[in-house]
Design a protein around this ligand. Structure first.
Ligand code: SF4
Length: 276
């Protein structure tokens, strides 16, 4: 949605159109309770359902269908749709409810979301750096910052790249969220769902969390070598506690320590065995 004019300007254009008074949803001059574009309809047929008079889904669809027919013959439909589907300073549709410009509320909301994704999300090639791909795959199977860094490093090493530390992994997590066009507070599960929709996680098994894990972790403090490790243990310590699997990478067999769920980072038949 490339909205240059404000909702207010678009509304003024709609109302100032020379044919505005002939709009389909205007009151019928002979019976102001009826609609000029279809006297069989009540003048409020374009409105959202009345909370005080419940209406079944079938009746609502039928009423909205007739209202849309009126719109399709309306001389100011284009201007009406431009205004109703424009976005206000609060980020919401100018007219979030009812039929406007020949479209139901749900259709206009869907169009808004689609436009937001198209505008905000970066092209797929922006995700094609080794570090981003490795961190995204690691995030699919674990979420602890140290474990993500360790998993991503193993993937990078298997690709012949240098491993990364936890700060770099966190930075890449933040970068991925930005490239996906998501807010910084997005959950890991939501970020992964969007990444999957975009085809960035094809063939990768997702390990779900309970929905409370943020995609971007809070700043991680890595203890210096001169102080005892009171915070999260260094990656090396974590790695030592992991089981060892033998995997076939390319033509070579490799013994490697993995974190829970990390097996899915390798081809399904690559894990040949688990040692203690
Ligand atoms: S397009 Fe529909 S809602 Fe808009 S002015 Fe015309 S009849 Fe009314």
């Amino acid at each position: 949605m490339n909205q240059v004019k404000s909702s207010e300007e678009l509304r003024r254009e709609w109302v100032a159109h020379p044919h505005f008074k002939y709009r389909g949803c205007a009151p019928d001059p002979d019976d102001p309770k009826r609609m000029a574009g279809n006297p069989e309809l009540h003048v409020g047929a374009h409105n959202a359902p009345d909370a005080w008079s419940p209406e079944g889904q079938k009746e609502r669809r039928a009423r909205e269908g007739k209202a849309i027919e009126v719109c399709l013959n309306c001389p100011v439909m284009v201007q009406c749709d431009a205004y109703a589907s424009s976005v206000g300073p609060d980020g919401k549709l100018a007219e979030p409810e009812g039929v406007w410009g020949g479209r139901r509320s749900l259709e206009r909301h869907k169009a808004l979301i689609k436009a937001r994704h198209a505008r905000a999300a970066a092209p797929v090639r922006a995700f094609e750096t080794e570090q981003k791909q490795a961190v995204l795959q690691a995030l699919a199977v674990c979420w602890d910052p140290f474990e993500v860094a360790a998993a991503a490093s193993r993937v990078l090493v298997s690709w012949g790249e240098a491993p990364i530390d936890v700060r770099t992994a966190n930075w890449q997590r933040s970068s991925l969220v930005r490239l996906l066009g998501l807010p910084k507070t997005v959950s890991r599960m939501r970020a992964l769902a969007v990444a999957r929709e975009r085809g960035l996680l094809d063939g990768v098994v997702l390990v779900p969390d309970d929905g409370s894990v943020p995609a971007i972790p809070p700043p991680t403090r890595v203890p210096s070598s001169s102080e005892p490790a009171t915070a999260a243990p260094p990656v090396a310590d974590l790695a030592e506690r992991r089981p060892v699997v033998t995997v076939l990478l390319g033509r070579r067999l490799r013994r490697t320590r993995v974190i829970p769920g990390q097996q899915s980072l390798f081809p399904a038949d690559a894990a040949l065995g688990v040692a203690a």
